[in-house]
Design a protein around this ligand. Structure first.
Ligand code: NI
Length: 188
């Protein structure tokens, strides 16, 4: 019997172009207490960051697990363990996407309008899902993360490089700020 942990943790989210985001995730071997804790922490992290989806890859756990909530009320969490897309609709749609690992960057990506997915739920029970529209896009985006792929890789080389440069600059500035804080803070 898996119990929901009493305390949850906000996990640090890896930022593009962190090479760990390019890791291919392995299947979850067993839906045990460790996975239950990870699910609770990932949901907390996703809600806190105001995201609609989060893949384990983004919190540096390289196992096939994603959490999603596309509801307006933020009260319909969906947990997909070892998800596999078994069908893509031939109909495609170009929509704007963003990612918690690429803050403040939004761009157009072409995706299937609908997909069918098989997965294990949070209790380890096999399930199937037919997703459409926003949910379908989110499932495709999150499952890409598990394959080590970030959505900006679908953009032109020019855009990709521009985003990469911008993100590296932000990272350098953050590191400089952190260094300054360390130096100027009294140590007792
Ligand atoms: Ni993402």
């Amino acid at each position: 019997m898996l119990s929901f942990p009493l305390y949850t943790m906000i996990l640090p989210i890896l930022s593009f172009p962190d090479p760990r985001l390019n890791t291919v995730a392995k299947p979850v071997a067993e839906v045990d207490q460790r996975i239950a804790t990870l699910i609770a922490d990932m949901l907390e992290t996703m809600y806190e960051a105001k995201g609609i989806g989060l893949a384990a890859t983004q919190v540096n756990v390289h196992e096939r697990l994603v959490v999603i909530d596309v509801s307006d009320e933020r009260d319909q969490p969906l947990v997909l363990i070892n998800p596999e897309i078994t069908w893509y609709s031939p109909e495609k749609h170009i929509g704007e996407e963003g990612c918690l690992s690429v803050p403040e960057i939004y761009d157009k990506v072409e995706r299937a309008v609908a997909v069918k997915v098989t997965y294990l739920d949070a209790k380890g029970k096999p399930q199937q899902l037919e997703a459409e529209e926003m949910l379908a896009v989110c499932v495709q985006h999150e499952l890409d993360h598990l394959l080590g792929k970030v959505f900006v890789e679908y953009l032109s080389k020019l855009k990709f490089n521009r985003i990469k440069t911008k993100m590296l600059k932000i990272k350098r500035e953050d590191e400089k700020d952190a260094e300054y804080d360390k130096l100027s803070r009294p140590k007792m």
